[in-house]
Design a protein around this ligand. Structure first.
Ligand code: 5AD
Ligand code: SF4
Length: 440
């Protein structure tokens, strides 16, 4: 049996693509290994969102080259957004690569490329327009937690972002196909399903007839009932509607958590980013959601040092963070990406300033997260037990609340994938601490 290792860089969409690659190659007899030294095929599923992500993959390729020199039968491939964007360059720069493929339906070309004598570049230069085929079983490495892709691509063309170029135009899977996948997961005992899409809440707007994301959630809720948690990521503020807030409030399966990237607190910067909403409009959406969904947890993405971001503009990001009080924030220094408009904006911010601003955002968010988490002390929460989050050294079990907060708790053994009731006794900026409430 040939052995396969897939290394994933980047976001949850890439994690899902890796699981698809594993499922696809399982049909050709490949089994998974963690050990590079016994792999017959290593695929690096690459990310292009920021320069750092690309550099990480290049340095990994450097080490793998040495391994391949020792084991000439080892085959190496690059897939994903990086393959999509840099296909030709990768082939020139790393001639020892056996295959390079892009995203979406291009992934399906991997088996053919592996059997072809000559290299080895898929049609990656053309952005994907379709979907990974629904009849290929996605590999599931968890027996209780699963991702389900509901839409692909993005039409927003934010001026900093490569995603519309690497993942192609926005397109949604038909609802019946999604419901079929969700029902199969329910039947196999899955307890948490995360619906994925670049702008997941823009789901279905281009379907014929259109199906709103809220309508999809309602149909999924009917299929899974209250015992499965349904999450979704990532949401775009422009498609946060009263209908979606209402669906989140009323559907028992849907978790009270939204990842809602703001990117900047300055309306001027937001306009230059092409985000299509102002600071005030974002705040209105937050209010709409919070009025409908008690205990909603809100997380966000922030870019610092976008071209032309003044000290005052940056201060507006800090003040927005305070005003909203995010539960968590992922912050990034602006990384100019070739082929995107912002890379050519004349007023680039020096890296030293970007670094300072990043540190300021991270430190403020630490403070805000600590305060937010402190509010849970004394409350009882439902935790989906996840062994990856346990702290074996200190004997603590781990899991996540419906708000997606990590909880470490004492009080006994609980089986992975089950729901536990936990009394919260403390919190840091990264997680909550608690004690198991024994079930009667
Ligand atoms: N530079 C820095 N951060 C970026 N992101 C996307 N493109 C860039 C870029 N060029 C961030 C955004 C997005 C997250 C996935 O990555 O915050 O929401
Ligand atoms: Fe990129 Fe903007 Fe699309 Fe998000 S909405 S994937 S940031 S272009």
């Amino acid at each position: 049996m040939p052995k396969l290792k897939v290394v994933t860089f980047g976001c949850q969409a890439n994690e899902l693509d890796s699981a698809r690659i594993v499922g696809l190659l399982a049909r050709d007899g490949y089994t998974l290994t963690d050990d590079e030294s016994e792999a017959d095929l290593i695929i690096l599923n690459g990310c292009s969102i920021r320069d750092k992500a690309e550099q990480k993959l290049y340095s990994r390729l450097g080490t793998l080259r040495a391994l391949k020199a020792r084991r000439p039968n080892l085959r190496l491939g690059v897939a994903g957004c990086l393959g999509q964007r840099e296909g030709e360059t990768l082939r020139r720069r790393f001639p020892y690569l056996d295959l390079v493929v892009g995203n979406g339906e291009h992934l399906v070309e991997i088996p053919r490329l592996l059997s072809a004598a000559a290299v080895r570049l898929s049609s990656a230069a053309i952005p994907p327009t379709g979907f990974f085929p629904a009849d290929v079983e996605v590999h599931r490495d968890s027996r209780y937690r699963a991702w389900v892709g509901v839409m692909e691509g993005c039409d927003n063309f934010c001026t900093f972002c490569v995603v519309p170029h690497t993942r192609g135009r926005e397109r949604s899977r038909p609802p019946d196909e999604i419901l079929g996948e969700v029902a199969a997961l329910r039947d196999r005992g899955y307890r948490e399903i995360t619906l994925l899409g670049q702008t997941v809440n823009s789901y279905g707007l281009k379907l014929e007839p259109p199906v709103s994301f809220a309508a999809l959630l309602r149909r999924i809720d009917r299929v899974v009932g209250p015992y499965v948690r349904v999450r979704f990521a990532t949401s775009h503020p422009k498609d946060v509607t009263a209908e979606l807030a209402e669906a989140m409030a009323s559907l028992p399966s849907v978790c009270p958590h939204m990842h809602l990237p703001i990117q900047s607190g300055s309306s001027r910067t937001l306009a230059r980013m092409g985000r299509t909403y102002s600071r005030e409009e974002y705040l209105d959406k937050v209010q709409l959601l919070r009025a409908a969904v008690p205990d909603l947890s809100l997380t966000t993405d922030i870019i610092v040092g976008f071209p032309g971001e003044s000290d005052k503009g940056f201060e507006e990001t800090l003040s927005l963070m305070r005003e909203v009080g995010f539960d968590a924030a992922f912050a990034f220094k602006f990384s100019p990406r070739r082929g995107t408009p912002a890379a050519d904006f004349p007023d680039q911010v020096p890296d030293s300033v970007r670094a300072e601003r990043l540190a300021a955002v991270l430190s403020l968010q630490d403070e805000l997260s600590l305060r937010k988490n402190g509010k849970w002390i004394g409350r009882r929460v439902e935790v989906l037990v996840d062994c990856e989050l346990s702290k074996r050294g200190s004997g603590l079990a781990g899991g996540r609340t419906r708000q997606n907060k990590i909880v470490h708790f004492t009080g006994g053994e609980v089986e992975e994938g089950t729901l536990a009731n936990v009394q919260i006794t403390g919190g840091t900026s990264h997680h909550l601490k608690g004690v198991l409430i024994p079930s009667l």
